[in-house]
Design a protein around this ligand. Structure first.
Ligand SMILES: [Zn+2]
Length: 136
């Protein structure tokens, strides 16, 4: 999935004065290079207050710097000082592998779990609650 294309679509939506409010990786549909963003039932009409440009692969801004929660979230999962694709949410071991090798794998894994849990709690509360309910 070409992230730049999807980011462009999201920026277009924000520039038009809307927030999607229900963004998941499965919602941008891509066919023949065209992106169609679906699931607007929770969208709201509100201006985007972002103060910085969105650059894929660029330096990660602080959330307060970007001043747009939705686009900030969409950038990825922040860990080890960089952004990682949202797929790491389902793979804490892969995220732990990306950490500094000077740190023990146990410690990196612990941090990966913490980062993922905080991310889900804040941005995907339904998924977070479902995971909390899982045994073990
Ligand atoms: Zn925005």
């Amino acid at each position: 999935m070409d992230r730049q294309v999807i980011v462009d679509v999201m920026v277009t939506v924000h520039n038009a004065g809307f927030k999607h409010k229900h963004l998941k990786d499965r919602h941008p549909l891509i066919q023949d290079g065209n992106v169609r963003l679906i699931s607007f039932e929770k969208a709201t009409q509100e201006p985007c207050d972002r103060s910085a440009a969105i650059v894929v692969g660029g330096l990660e801004p602080y959330a307060e710097e970007l001043e747009c929660d939705e686009l900030y979230t969409f950038g990825g999962v922040s860990c080890w000082g960089e952004l990682h694709p949202l797929e790491v949410l389902d793979n804490p071991h892969a995220l732990a592998e990306l950490g500094p090798k000077s740190d023990s794998i146990e410690h990196r894994l612990e941090k990966a779990y913490t980062v993922i849990e905080r991310y889900l709690e804040k941005y995907e509360p339904e998924k977070w609650a479902a995971r909390q309910a899982e045994p073990g």
